[in-house]
Ligand binder design. Sequence first.
Ligand SMILES: Cc1cc2nc3c(=O)[nH]c(=O)nc-3n(C[C@H](O)[C@H](O)[C@H](O)COP(=O)(O)OP(=O)(O)OC[C@H]3O[C@@H](n4cnc5c(N)ncnc54)[C@H](O)[C@@H]3O)c2cc1C
Length: 312
Amino acid sequence: MAGLSAARVLRRAGCYVEVFEQDRIIGGRMATMRLGTASFDTGAQYVTVRSSSFQKYVDELVGSGYATAWAPRGLNGEATPTMQQWFVGTPGMSSILRPLAESVRIHTSRRVHTMKRGDKGWNLWFEDESRAGPFHAVVCAVPAREALLLLGRIEKLADPITRVRMSPCWAVMVRLDSKLLPDKDVYSDMSEVIRWVSRNNAKPGRASKGDQVLIHASPAWSRETEDADPEAVAEDLWAEVSHALGLPPTRPAQMSAYLWKHGLVETSLGETFLFSSEDMVGVTGDWCLGRMAEHAFDSGARLGKVVMDALE
Ligand SMILES: Cc1cc2nc3c(=O)[nH]c(=O)nc-3n(C[C@H](O)[C@H](O)[C@H](O)COP(=O)(O)OP(=O)(O)OC[C@H]3O[C@@H](n4cnc5c(N)ncnc54)[C@H](O)[C@@H]3O)c2cc1C
């Protein structure tokens, strides 16, 4: 989100931009993953809007059918009262990134291993020892720990980043052949182990044969079990949810667990972004401003503007 948000600002200003993503697909923590015939939002569950710039973007998404409002049902089938309106991507959360990715050159399965600045600009090296560059400027839009690995030598960027804390989060996708969950669509902070449960198929635009349940474990439990076998994690978390909801013993049609290693921001940087005009490199991410997708969007857009000004 942060990287593509910066890329769009730079692209619109006429810069030539290339994006390098380590995964096979783009999206990062705004992922939509498949399990058999079903798809699940395994990271961000919805987005909220505070800034006018993100409001404008969400209006654009809603207008083009990439997102819609979601009011999940509470107990007794009523809408859950929330402080702010929730929006979800359609047909999955990753759709929220679609317009940002348009007209940007994106390379997937390209993990940046090393970045170095030479006489002609920045060069990037990848795990297969291939190289890209030189580039006039680099925007580093990765979780804080990764940013430190890449930019550790630039003290004025590295020192503040060490303040940031991010915690792991296990996500479990559960596909059920029949509708099993009670009326409510979301449950938050159910126990010391379970942080969030949602009926993914209750979101607008999702197919709904049976129930598709998405579970997020608490940061504390996720940290304790970081090295555990994903299959065992899926079993444990499904047992915990079944117990908490008083469900009859049921064997899911399919289950799968995924660990977000740097999932949730615990302590943010408290600044919109970091940028060194001397080195022509900046750092962005949700962890700069807060912990939500909207923070990533705003952080990236603001850094994009500053890089653009520095390039002029
Ligand atoms: C379980 C969970 C639930 C959440 N729920 C919500 C929610 O309901 N609402 C909300 O607003 N937010 C939520 N969030 C937070 C939201 O997902 C993030 O704020 C947002 O996606 C962050 O975007 P980002 O661009 O800063 O980082 P990321 O999405 O992490 O993007 C960083 C990208 O960099 C790539 N990368 C990392 N290292 C390298 C490298 N060396 N080379 C190349 N590529 C690299 C990664 O693969 C990734 O694609 C949730 C997050 C998690 C994990």
